[in-house]
Ligand binder design. Structure first.
Ligand SMILES: NC(=O)C1=CN([C@@H]2O[C@H](COP(=O)(O)OP(=O)(O)OC[C@H]3O[C@@H](n4cnc5c(N)ncnc54)[C@H](OP(=O)(O)O)[C@@H]3O)[C@@H](O)[C@H]2O)C=CC1
Ligand SMILES: CC(C)(CO)C(=O)C(=O)O
Length: 315
C-alpha cells in the first residue's frame, strides 16, 4: 500500500510517521519550510506510546509524487484550497483521499471536486502538537482514526468491489499500532466528533483553560451543555442519524476525559496561530442561520474568538 501524507504536522506527522515506522510506503508532500525542518531534524515524534525518529521520504514537487492508494489529508481547514493542486495530481492517478480535518464542510468541498469514489469520510481523536522546532508531541494515549466510504460510493462501501483497499488500510493502521475503525456510517461518526469538538474547542479556547477548569465552574459548565445542545439540534434537523441520547453521551465524555485535556483550537490560540473557527464555530452559526435554529452560544463565542482568527502572523 502506498500512502501520501499532505500536511506533515501534528496529525499527519504522527499518523504518517506511525505507518512509515511499521514499514508502509509513506511519502510526505511538504512545502519549503517543513521540508527544511524535516530534512535537518528528521521527523521526531515524542509520544505516550513511545518516541521515534524517522528520515521520511519527502517530496516538494508535483512531478516527483508517486502513485498513491491513499492520501492522508491533514492540513488545517483554512489551508485546504492550497492542497488542491497536489490532490488533483494524486486523485488524477487513482488515489483515494482520507481527510482527517476537524469539521464537516470540507467533505462537501472535496466530493464536489473529486466525487465520492475518490473521497472517504474520516475523523481522528488525538492530542498532538508541533514544537517550534517542528517535532510532533503526542500527549495522551488517544490515537484513534475512524474512516469509511461516504454515502453514494458503492465501490468502497460494504459489499463494493473496491472495499479491499479500505480493509488493507485498516490492516496497515493495526500494524502501526493505531486504533482504527472502518465505519459503516462515517457521516454519523464525523458529526458525533463535530458535536463534541466544536463545543469542547469553543469553551476551552474562550475560557483559555483545559476542560477541568471549565467543568469546575457551574456557569461555564452550563454554557458548555448549551453549546452541545445547539450543535446537536443542527445535526438533527439535517437528518444525521445520531443516537437519541447524544447530548448525555457527549457531556459524559467531556466529564470523563482528563481534566488537563484541551483542544487543538485552544493550543493554536495560545501559540498565536490562525484558528479554524470558520470551519468549527462559524460553520455552526452559518448552518443554524440557514436552518432557522438559534445558536446564541456559538454566535457569541465565534465573535469573541474572531479577532484572533488570522493568528499573529496571518495565514
Ligand atoms: N492537533 C490535534 O490534536 C488534532 C488536530 N485535528 C485536526 O487535524 C487537522 C490538522 O491539524 P494539525 O495537524 O494540528 O495542524 P498542523 O498545523 O500541526 O499541521 C498542518 C500541516 O499542514 C501543512 N500544510 C498546510 N498546507 C499545506 C499544503 N498545501 N501542502 C503541504 N502541506 C501543507 C503545514 O505545513 P506548512 O504550513 O509549514 O507548510 C503543517 O505542517 C486540523 O483540521 C485539526 O483540527 C484533529 C484532531 C486532533
Ligand atoms: C477532540 C480532540 C481534542 C481530540 O481529537 C480534537 O480533535 C482537537 O483538539 O482538535
Amino acid at each position: 500500500m502506498n500512502v501520501v501524507v499532505i500536511g506533515a504536522g501534528a496529525v499527519g506527522g504522527y499518523f504518517g510517521g506511525r505507518l512509515a515506522q511499521a514499514g508502509i510506503d509513506v511519502t510526505f508532500y511538504v512545502r519549503a519550510r517543513r521540508f527544511k525542518q524535516l530534512r535537518e531534524r528528521g521527523l521526531q515524534v515524542h509520544s505516550t506510546h513511545g518516541d521515534f525518529t524517522l528520515h521520511p521520504h519527502l517530496v516538494t514537487e508535483l512531478s516527483d509524487l508517486p502513485k498513491a492508494d491513499i492520501v492522508l489529508l491533514a492540513v488545517k481547514g483554512y489551508h485546504l484550497p492550497s492542497a488542491f493542486p497536489v490532490l488533483d495530481a494524486l486523485v488524477g492517478r487513482g488515489a483515494m483521499v482520507l481527510p482527517l480535518l476537524n469539521g464537516v464542510h470540507h467533505i462537501d468541498t472535496l466530493t464536489e471536486r473529486y466525487g465520492t469514489t475518490h473521497v472517504l469520510g474520516g475523523t481522528c481523536y488525538i492530542e498532538s502538537t508541533l514544537t517550534a522546532e517542528g517535532d510532533v508531541v503526542h500527549t495522551s494515549p488517544m490515537h484513534d482514526i475512524v474512516f469509511g466510504s461516504l454515502p453514494g460510493d458503492s465501490l468502497h462501501s460494504s459489499g463494493g468491489t473496491g472495499r479491499a483497499v479500505l480493509e488493507q488500510l485498516q490492516h496497515a493502521f493495526a500494524e502501526a499500532g493505531v486504533n482504527s475503525t472502518l465505519s459503516e456510517d462515517i457521516l454519523v461518526d464525523m458529526w458525533q466528533k463535530y458535536v463534541f469538538l466544536t463545543s469542547f474547542s469553543a469553551i476551552t479556547a474562550s475560557v483559555r483553560a483545559p476542560i477541568g477548569k471549565v467543568l469546575q465552574d457551574e456557569v461555564t459548565r452550563n454554557l458548555l451543555i448549551q453549546l452541545v445542545k445547539e450543535v446537536e439540534s443542527i445535526a438533527r434537523v439535517r437528518g444525521i442519524g445520531l443516537p437519541n441520547d447524544l447530548v448525555n453521551q457527549v457531556v459524559q465524555r467531556l466529564c470523563n476525559v482528563s481534566p488537563s485535556m484541551t483542544s487543538s483550537l485552544h493550543r493554536d490560540l495560545e501559540k498565536g496561530m490562525p484558528l479554524e473557527i470558520n470551519e468549527l464555530q462559524g460553520a455552526a452559526v452559518q448552518m443554524g442561520r440557514q436552518l432557522g435554529i438559534a445558536t446564541p452560544g456559538f454566535e457569541v463565542i465565534y465573535a469573541l474568538l474572531h479577532p484572533y482568527a488570522a493568528g499573529q502572523g496571518g495565514r
